[in-house]
Ligand binder design. Sequence first.
Ligand SMILES: NC(=O)C1=CN([C@@H]2O[C@H](COP(=O)(O)OP(=O)(O)OC[C@H]3O[C@@H](n4cnc5c(N)ncnc54)[C@H](OP(=O)(O)O)[C@@H]3O)[C@@H](O)[C@H]2O)C=CC1
Ligand SMILES: CC1=C(/C=C/C(C)=C/C=C/C(C)=C/C=O)C(C)(C)CCC1
Length: 317
Amino acid sequence: MASGAQRVVLITGCSSGIGLRIAVLLAKDEQRRYHVIATMRNLQKKKELVEAAGEALGNTLTLQALDVCSDDSVKQCISSVKDRHIDILINNAGVGLLGPLESISVERMKTVFDTNFFGTVRMIKEVMPDMKKRRAGHIIVMSSVMGMQGVVFNDIYAASKFAIEGFCESMAVQLLKFNVKMSLIEPGPVHTEFEAKMMDELAEMEFSGADQDTVRYFKDVYVPSSCDIFEAMGQTPEYIAKCTQKVIESRSPRFRNLTNSLYTPIVAMKYADETGGLSVHAFYNLLFNFGSLMHVAMAVLKCLTCSCLRRRTVSPD
Ligand SMILES: NC(=O)C1=CN([C@@H]2O[C@H](COP(=O)(O)OP(=O)(O)OC[C@H]3O[C@@H](n4cnc5c(N)ncnc54)[C@H](OP(=O)(O)O)[C@@H]3O)[C@@H](O)[C@H]2O)C=CC1
Ligand SMILES: CC1=C(/C=C/C(C)=C/C=C/C(C)=C/C=O)C(C)(C)CCC1
């Protein structure tokens, strides 16, 4: 149980990746400032977290079942928290979806929205009223750079993250009136099971409904470029966890927190031209005209992202 001085942090999606790393980092805080309620939809997947948490389990970390797609599960979990008191809610649970639109069923798309968008909405709807009453709290949402800039063949995933951005941007204004803070973490590619799960799904994909050219652009142009980007730009879940801790501990946390300075020019380009033409054409050229030069493009990007751009991102130090 949390001691009075500890801040209660509830995190969704802690069976792997970023959620797991945030849970462990906060639970192992040397000053024991946090009591972490690490949740996952399937407690049979607790092994990795239990091993990583070590002695923190049962002390500064407790485990709970929570499926963000189930109203009952969300209500049950939050009601089980002492006095429903959560200081920091970290909405991390999420799923990816990749591939030609023609090959993806609407049912599958709805699952992505139910997890990434409505899952976050369900959590906030349940936790926010108590935070508002207490005039205190911090809501963190693991969004994505794809919540700010769409990426070809990630149409539905990007849309689900854009939905989150619009929702949070709107909520943040009301919440400010109640002294409740809202922060978005905006990672680029991160090496977690997210990547592997999407590759597994791709291996199974039959591409029914998609024409040959589209399948070719996807498999032979997008997928190799995307792998290059993951290799060149990928961050670790531990790094994202440290960035998140920094946001939590900031006296005046920013609303948007990019973690990867290599994405700053992409976001800047979007805001530099409100017609959207610059971004669409730049992405088209990067992918279809300079795809074979992706390694060079990445090296140039790395040089360009000098310290002045890094200052605009959140970093642990
Ligand atoms: N990896 C990346 O490149 C990036 C990831 N993100 C975002 O970061 C977040 C974490 O992803 P990441 O750690 O990378 O990926 P992982 O796949 O490693 O982790 C995702 C977590 O979400 C959980 N989850 C999925 N559906 C539900 C559900 N219905 N209820 C509760 N938990 C659920 C998974 O549980 P289970 O094991 O049961 O499936 C898992 O614990 C996501 O929101 C993702 O969109 C943002 C930018 C980049
Ligand atoms: C930047 C960029 C590309 C890919 C970006 C990718 C692959 C981003 C992945 C982000 C993730 C995984 C976010 C998760 O939320 C392309 C289209 C290959 C070419 C043009 C430039």
